[in-house]
Design a protein around this ligand. Sequence first.
Ligand code: G3P
Ligand code: CA
Length: 225
Amino acid sequence: MLNIGHRGAKGYEPENTLLSFQKAIDIGVDGIELDIHLSSDGAIMVIHDETLDRTTNGKGFVNELSLQKLKTFQIEKENTIPTLIEVFDLVNKRCFINIELKGKGTSKPVINLIEHYIEEKNWNYGHFIISSFNWSALQEVRKWNAKIPIGVLTHTDLDLAIAFAKFIKAETIHPYFHLLTKENTIKMQNEGFKVFAWTVNETEDIQKIKSFHVNGIISDFPDRI
Ligand code: G3P
Ligand code: CA
């Protein structure tokens, strides 16, 4: 069962920062999860919300500001918003990276970047999973690349997620952990998909989800997994 650090190690360090990703790696995760939006000039920025307001000292929409401007805003502990390139270079193949597409227009730039790391830097498809609640964005990903592992995110209907996962040849289904039972976990696995549950933080929930034999757990506290 894979241990995946949510937004790095969000329980210990500011989410989606290099510090948080390094902390997750120090804990010994198999993978990190992160969220992306585009800047106004097309840089892939690692940030959860579409605005700066909650996690930085700035205000406004990420996709209305340039990379240079976005880099002027501070996150606590002297962090700035990382680019996806900075995260790839920090991780340097030490674990896989689950990239969650949040912002519009991210599918093609992400595929271009991943293909560059595979072709030029000796990474492989096992270093990546692309997930999203925006299933049209996942369809675009599959249109651009036949090999990249895709994770279908859902907080509602597992049968619909299975049908869509088959349609786009996904590798994993990522359900909100409260949706899971032992039976529906087995059903997804029998249909050919790995099951990555999110976001499981409390020890008793972790024990319960582990008892369903999921394939991965995404947690703010990866040391508890
Ligand atoms: O990828 C799982 C989880 O991160 C989805 O929800 O809101 O934390 O991005 P959220
Ligand atoms: Ca996420």
